[in-house]
Write a protein that binds this ligand. Sequence first.
Ligand code: GLC
Ligand code: GLC
Length: 822
Amino acid sequence: MEQKRYGHFDDQHREYVITDPQTPWPWINYLGNEDFFSLISNTAGGYSFYKDAKFRRITRYRYNNVPMDNGGRYFYIKDGETVWNPGWKPCKTPLDFYECRHGMSYTRITGKKNGVEASVLFFVPLKKWCEVQKLTLKNESSETKSLKLFSFEEWCLWNAATDMENFQRNFSTGEVEIEGSTIYHKTEYRERRNHYAFYHVNAPIQGFDTDRETFVGLYNAFADPQAVMEGKPRNSHAHGWSPIASHYIEVTLKPGESKDFVFLLGYIENEQDEKFEAPQVINKKKAHALIAELDTTEKVDKAFAELCALWDNLLNIYKVKTGNDKLDRMVNIWNQYQCMVTFNFSRSASFFESGVGRGMGFRDSNQDLVGFVHQIPPRARQRIIDIASTQFPDGGCYHQYQPLTKRGNNDIGGGFNDDPCWLIFGTVAYIKETGDFSILDEMVPFDNQPGTEVTLFEHLKISMNHVIENLGPHLLPLIGRADWNDCLNLNCFSWDPNESFQTTENVSEGTKAESLMIAGLFVVTGKDYVALCHALASRACGDAIATYTTEAARMQKAVDAMIAAVKKDGWDGEWYLRAYDFYGRKIGSNENDEAKIFIESQGWCTMAEIGAEDGMVAKSLDSCKKYLECEHGMVLNNPAFSKYIYEYGEISSYPEGYKENAGIFCHNNPWVIIGETLAGRGNDAWAHYAKILPSYVEEKYQTLHKVEPYVNCQMVAGKDAFKPGEGKNSWLTGTAAWMWYTVSEFILGIKPDYDGIRIDPCLPETANDYTVNRKFREAEYEITIHPNGAQKGVKSITLDGKPVEGTVIPYSAGKHVVEVTM
Ligand code: GLC
Ligand code: GLC
């Protein structure tokens, strides 16, 4: 397959520049950092929402539509008989020039046609509930241009799920108000909603439309709306059906002249007793105030500069200079950016997640934290409390919660037995980054019930206990509905296609299904928990010291027992087993016909270093290379399942090479890579890492890979697939946090710890000297590493010229220079 290029990185501006609108799949970006969010594709498709993509959807989007990527914020420019859009879609009029620059929380789309340039900057200003669309029209021709400009947004009737199905109601509820250059969307505001949205432009308008059928025409499309084609707005007022917002502006531009228009898509909430200013008339005070904050180019430019400054600061916390652009741009820009996005959205809204199915995942959000704690620690802190508040008193938890209400989501329920451990993982990362042990004293409820509060530390303890109290016949953790692999449903036993694999447990009484993935996860997080108890003991006084040391000893015993159980019943000779099924039969063993080896248990048990002394770790890592690795990364299992196995559940439902059935599930590749680094195998670690590093893939495979080349996707089709190397499910994946954790801490070797920064790189032997600038609490370290051809092993460290004992640079505020010789 010919590998065409659709764009390139611009590192200086921290942008990805798309130069052909017909990308192999919409290449999107995210706008907004808190509360108000938008998804935007390279042709301006996408939608906006407030906090929750399901319950507060502001604009409408059509997933899985024909053509692809239908619905967005569209500007139509009618220049004589030619109608075009700066982002090419929806008219698809061939452009003389097209460029889309996706940057850090902003996107700039520029199109040119017949001597007119239209450039739109899209962003969500910090702490404001609106999307700014700054349109600049420029006449580059030698004649005066008279243009007709139409804007377009389509309102979603708030609940994105019912918006797609409850038409008997929806077609009667739509309501709008028009005031000057502002169109207000107030559907359901007369009853229980205390919020409305608006679409405004900072210029007088010569017409408008708010009713979709009138504007587009019932049998026309976004590509040829009647009002635009005829160059005549209808001034329609929507009553029911599908309300939209379209401004009409006549623009005259002399040669060389340019004009800015600021369009604002805003969201407002009012108190119950302040909803109306007159009967049926919504209270617009807050909307007016928001508009006034952004009604000139200068104000908008200032807000944009503030957003850019935020990203300057965020990306200054960890900065590496290796001389390898492909590595540096991922570490310094895109990987960190993706971590922010996954922290914000968990797995809720992307072009693969419809925003109605999933909220914030318990395990997902905890993992996302690890990529985010260094960026905005107070938000990480709040997230940990929110997550822990959905836990049950026995340590189990809701698998997901809704971002708007922060309540556990009963539709998916709980019983995923890996979930509790992740709370340790996220919390420990936060404390190591910040030194803020006080979070452990926070009083946190169970299932959000007031009156049930215990300390966060207690939540961690019962999380560990949940594993210990749910062991199976081999003293390995019972899997429950599934472990990290949502599709290993060993208690499901379903022949009914209408049953969800994740929430169906047709048998669970008497189950023997055990997970080696949870065993490894328990050992890793158990060691973390023990170290945390010791750190607490060393900071405590009086009786508390003994309490923490006793707790550390208790957990160490449980960890040791788990290690013993894995060695005894979790080893298959060349690799770790994956699980035991309901009947106690091996899964992921040489004895099986298919799926003899799985990646998850290799990753977690090597990270836990179980049996390293007996050669188990090295053998397991070698087996990953031999059986799982291929050109595009490591597959999840091998050989792929060729038929549905009713005892195993969803995993065997997928065709070979896709998703959890032997796809390259990028999320779990870093586990093995970390295992490699702990074993000191820098060459192997790097080889695995570079295979799934977007910048390396970008260079070779833009067409094949299909999805955005600047971020990781969840899954790349594996070696057994029809089209190996094809990516899917981009953006919202734990891969982001894991890639970050792997490269920042285990490859480049800069590891936050309770008392300082541990330096322990693991590199390919070809690595050159490199420098990491790391802000850490109140300190700033400039750390230069001299690998000298070594893959692992720090020989000596100096801190501000003085030798340091061991590998931890003790923390102290201020600026420091560190030299590391390997
Ligand atoms: C998805 C889920 C994640 C799960 C993984 C493997 O990415 O979001 O929770 O661990 O699939 O099934
Ligand atoms: C499916 C997917 C898995 C995802 C899960 C979420 O099982 O294969 O990746 O985590 O759905 O419900």
